[in-house]
Design a protein around this ligand. Structure first.
Ligand SMILES: N[C@@H](CCCCC(O)O)C(=O)O
Ligand SMILES: [Mn+2]
Ligand SMILES: [Mn+2]
Ligand SMILES: [Mn+2]
Length: 313
């Protein structure tokens, strides 16, 4: 597979400084080389240009709307460009508002995509249901057809139209869901496996049910949006909204290996790495755990692997 890596040094979807350094620390952690060592053809497309709008006052309770909206358009355009030249795009974030542009861009190339959202959070607040006003808690609400009449057209978002349906989304890892988000999940029948279901059914059954729910015929391209806070904070402490009781390393590996096995992975977003949070040990652990998970989307199976065409001498 040809992989296109794209950095998204962005933090204005939330209030903490630091996720803008996510791409840098993931690259320094060797993510490009480690994917190449798996036999993948990897092209690093550099970073998306980030827009900074002065006096970007909140609108309808959403913070930095112009900055987020205009940057999201650049993300969508760049992602579309990468996916027209490479098979798979891996985006290195950046806060999870990046997913607005990532999914919008991917949907231009793969309109039939489904979304697997691996996250402690549902990230589907509308500007009105959000308590924080942080757009990293809202990305899916701008993308889902069924929510279009519930979401005001914010300045900076004029370019964006919804491009997925509620039934095309499956969550794994939820454990901190706001009231408005829970209502939306139930009202529109979004497939959602919280940590309770992971404990009840086991990760293998959860992954199987999630994939079957969004893509019963097993033919649709997969957009996997991975918020590192889906994993337990003992594994990825350097993130802005940690929640205890998260996915284990092995559960997260399993998700990645099963999604890889479909052969239909179109894009992986890696969101919410914040290297300014925690000490140096926390930062290194977060980067190493994150990269080890990403490797498993691209053939590094625990049962071993070998380069294409390899045979024993
Ligand atoms: N649901 C909270 C927390 C959102 C966390 C966002 C992260 O998952 O990208 C909010 O809306 O502010
Ligand atoms: Mn999260
Ligand atoms: Mn449609
Ligand atoms: Mn998230």
């Amino acid at each position: 597979e040809r992989i296109g890596v794209l950095g998204i040094p962005f933090s204005k979807g939330q209030s903490r400084v630091g996720t803008e350094y996510g791409p840098e620390v993931l690259r320094n952690g060797g993510i490009v080389r480690k994917l190449q060592n798996l036999g993948c053809h990897v092209k690093d497309h550099g970073d998306v240009e980030v827009i900074h709008v002065e006096n970007d006052d909140p609108e309808e309770n959403a913070k930095n709307p112009r900055t987020v909206g205009q940057t999201s358009k650049l993300i969508a355009d760049k992602v579309e460009q990468v996916l027209r030249s490479d098979d798979i795009c891996v985006t290195l974030g950046g806060d999870h508002s990046m997913a607005i542009g990532c999914i919008a861009g991917n949907a231009r190339v793969e309109p039939d995509l489904v979304v697997l959202w691996i996250d402690a959070h549902a990230d589907i607040n509308t500007p009105m249901t959000s308590d924080s006003g942080n757009i990293h808690g809202m990305p899916l609400s701008f993308l889902v057809h069924e929510l279009e009449s519930y979401v005001p057209k914010l300045p900076g978002f004029e370019w964006l139209s919804p491009c997925i349906h509620a039934k095309d989304i499956a969550y794994i890892g939820l454990r901190d869901v706001d009231a408005g988000e829970r209502k939306i999940i139930e009202k529109f029948g979004i497939t959602a496996f919280s940590m309770q279901e992971v404990d009840k059914y086991g990760i293998n059954e959860v992954v199987e049910r999630a994939l079957r729910a969004v893509d019963p015929e097993g033919k649709r391209p997969i957009h996997l949006s991975f918020d590192v806070d889906a994993m337990d904070p003992t594994l990825t402490p350097s993130t802005g909204t940690p929640v205890i009781g998260g996915l284990s390393l092995r559960e997260t590996y399993y998700i990645a290996e099963e999604v890889a096995r479909t052969g239909r992975l179109s894009m992986v977003d890696v969101a919410e790495v914040n290297p300014l949070l925690g000490d140096d040990k926390d930062k290194k652990l977060t980067v190493d755990m994150t990269i080890s998970v990403i490797q498993r989307f691209f053939g590094n199976r625990r049962g071993g692997c070998y380069p294409p065409g390899y045979d024993i001498p």
